[in-house]
Design a protein around this ligand. Sequence first.
Ligand SMILES: [Zn+2]
Ligand SMILES: [Zn+2]
Length: 150
Amino acid sequence: MKIIVHGEERYLPVSTVTLYDDKATYPFHCVACGNTSNIIGGKVTKMTPILEPSEQIPVISTCKSCKAKYVFQDSYEPEVTITVILFRTPVIQSFYCYLGGGETKYGNKILEYNNESVYSYSMSEPVPLPFTTSCTNPDCHLTYNFSQLN
Ligand SMILES: [Zn+2]
Ligand SMILES: [Zn+2]
């Protein structure tokens, strides 16, 4: 999906976020900008940069800050590691842990990436994909496994 932000054309995919309902609620901060948050019922197990076909009716939620679009779907499979498939873009994108955000978002920044390189904030260096890392916030125990759409 192409949109215009501040006069520049940017590609913004609709990400499908899969949740495992553990009967608790969590904040979901936009992973692209770390700003706005939704409340989600369950933990994120997977994120893909496309609209995944599903029997559930998709409801698109748009980040008020950067206009990234998300669709949430439920799954019955708990995951320890969150699978994240990044989209390919020439523009440098950020990835923030979904749990932390707002004022503290820079403590939850995990990656910067484009279609040529991926920089890890936990390693403080460029990394090859696939790449598994924990959230850089010491109070957060989430682990992410990143790969990229071909
Ligand atoms: Zn955003
Ligand atoms: Zn985190």
